[in-house]
Design a binder for this molecule. Structure first.
Ligand SMILES: Cc1cc2nc3c(=O)[nH]c(=O)nc-3n(C[C@H](O)[C@H](O)[C@H](O)COP(=O)(O)OP(=O)(O)OC[C@H]3O[C@@H](n4cnc5c(N)ncnc54)[C@H](O)[C@@H]3O)c2cc1C
Length: 366
């Protein structure tokens, strides 16, 4: 920290705070200042102070989708702590649920399932806070946030007012949104409003879930939530301090969405290594012209299976897409290992893997 500033009394700001313990990957340096406002007025006061002091502002949620640079983050990191959760309207089989940015995402899912509300049950067990859920349009087991998203409230630093964005404003895509693309710290999510169904059967679109309930009809919302949590635990995809394979940022790469002709070219390149009857996994997308490939399958094809890597960073033993910190890893090693995987997949398959987590404090992105 170049110069120590006086923090005004009453502002929920601390100086020189380690950030690695606030993330699931557990790497990276500290923040000059960390603010944890419990209401919007306090959040705005923290931002105003940073601006008056000429400090850069960063947003942090549960730290489960970030890689923080070893040199840390200069300026003020703000982790919103507003945790309100309420039903704001009901009608036509829907309840509009408003959740504030600092709620744990999975608390919202549990609360909804217990009220008998459908729409996010398959998103059980995703770590992190509600405020970050739209940033990458979280998705899992056949559901995505955008399917139930109604609107969000954001603080716009430039206009100094609360703005409301609906799903169209957010420009959601597969693990994408306007804020993920644009980066920067102009907007902070204060709350989201979701439209959840009162009388709807749980979603069983995903193959693993269908297999889990094979031979059983009409599982309840609670049972589907439990099934998702069970499957996720088997893959170390539930945040658990005692599970070394969970010290990750979740999936480190998104599944590549490519033109059909490109998928054919990849298939041809890899044809020789396929066992008898083995097929390259290819999934449809919303666009007829494009398909989705499996990043995990491609990585394994390139000779990097679960457990790969003998340093402090490696591939999880339970999930090929999760890069884990086996203990004491610097962020630079995470980045180098990720680049190594990207290069191998590019060389062997001709496919450029895109990182899913957001790099904070690096000169270049991931
Ligand atoms: C074990 C594990 C499993 C996972 N499984 C899944 C999964 O199944 N599906 C999935 O989609 N993701 C998954 N993830 C990734 C991650 O949990 C989600 O992306 C989650 O939404 C990130 O929330 P967070 O609060 O931790 O965000 P953070 O990591 O704290 O932040 C992520 C980004 O959002 C920004 N941000 C945070 N809060 C705000 C705010 N209030 N306003 C504006 N910007 C903000 C940050 O600056 C950063 O750029 C997994 C991660 C782990 C560790």
């Amino acid at each position: 920290m170049s110069q120590v500033r006086k923090i005004p009394a009453g502002l929920p700001i601390e100086a020189e705070v380690a950030l690695a313990p606030l993330t699931t990957l557990g790497v990276g340096g500290g923040a000059d200042y960390l603010g944890r406002p419990r209401d919007v007025a306090s959040l705005v006061a923290c931002v105003d102070w940073a601006e008056a002091e000429g400090l850069r502002v960063w947003w942090l949620g549960g730290g489960s989708n970030v890689v923080i640079a070893d040199q840390g983050l200069r300026g003020l990191v703000i982790q919103p702590q507003m945790r309100g959760l309420s039903v704001i309207a009901k009608g036509s089989g829907l309840e509009l649920v408003r959740a504030e940015a600092g709620c744990a995402w999975d608390d919202l899912v549990l609360w909804s399932v217990e009220r008998g509300l459908a729409g996010i049950e398959c998103l059980s067990g995703i770590p992190g806070h509600v405020g970050a859920a739209p940033i990458q349009n979280i998705g899992a087991y056949g559901q995505e946030l955008r399917e139930v998203f109604v609107e969000s409230e954001l603080w716009d630093r430039e206009e100094r007012r609360v703005v409301r964005w609906n799903a169209e404003d957010w420009r959601f895509g597969y693990r994408e949104s306007r804020l993920k693309q644009e980066g920067g710290s102009r907007y902070v999510v204060l709350a989201v409003v979701l439209g959840l169904w009162q009388e709807k059967a749980p979603s069983l679109r995903y193959r693993d879930l269908q297999a889990y309930f094979a031979g059983r009809s009409n599982p309840s919302l609670r049972e589907v939530r439990e099934a998702v949590l069970t499957i996720r635990r088997q893959k170390s995809m539930v945040w658990d301090l005692d599970d070394p394979n969970a010290r990750s940022a979740g999936s480190f790469f998104t599944n590549p969405v490519v033109l059909r002709s490109m998928a054919d070219a990849v298939r041809e390149r890899l044809a020789q290594g396929l066992a008898d009857g083995e097929q390259m996994p290819v999934y449809p997308t919303e666009q007829q012209t494009h398909v989705k490939l499996s990043a995990a399958w491609l990585i394994e094809r390139c000779g990097m299976p679960k457990g790969y890597g003998d340093g402090a960073v490696g591939i999880s033993q339970r999930h090929t897409l999760a890069l884990i910190n086996r203990g004491g890893a610097p962020a630079s090693e995470v980045m180098a290992f990720a680049r190594h995987i990207q290069q191998r997949v590019q060389e062997v398959c001709g496919v450029c893997l895109q990182p899913e987590p957001i790099a904070l404090g690096f000169e270049e992105g991931l």
